[in-house]
Design a protein around this ligand. Structure first.
Ligand SMILES: [Zn+2]
Length: 91
C-alpha cells in the first residue's frame, strides 16, 4: 500500500509534462487560427503585425540550403518568427 502511494506521487511530474505539451498544442492551434502561422508551422504574421520576413542565419549543405531562420523586417521588432530545417518548420 505504501508503495502504491509512492507511485502516484511519482506520477505528478509526468502529468505536469503532459499538461505543458497540451498547452503548447493549444498555443499552436491559437497561432494557426489567428493567422500567425500555417498548419505546417510556416510563419505568416509576426506578433507585431508585420507579414514581411527575411531569411537569416542560413546554413548550406552541398549546394543547397539546409536551414534558415525567418526574421521580422520591422526594425523595432526584428524577432525570429520561425526556423526552417530540412523541409520542416519549427516554432
Ligand atoms: Zn515583428
Amino acid at each position: 500500500m505504501k508503495n502504491k502511494k509512492g507511485t502516484s506521487a511519482d506520477l505528478k511530474p509526468l502529468l505536469a509534462v503532459v499538461n505543458d505539451e497540451k498547452t503548447f498544442e493549444e498555443y499552436l492551434k491559437e497561432q494557426i487560427e489567428e493567422g500567425y502561422i500555417k498548419e505546417d508551422g510556416m510563419p505568416l504574421k509576426c506578433g507585431c503585425g508585420c507579414t514581411e520576413f527575411k531569411q537569416v542565419k542560413q546554413y548550406y549543405g552541398e549546394g543547397w540550403i539546409e536551414e534558415y531562420s525567418l526574421e521580422c523586417t520591422n526594425e523595432d521588432c526584428l524577432k525570429i518568427v520561425g526556423h526552417w530545417a530540412f523541409g520542416y518548420w519549427s516554432v
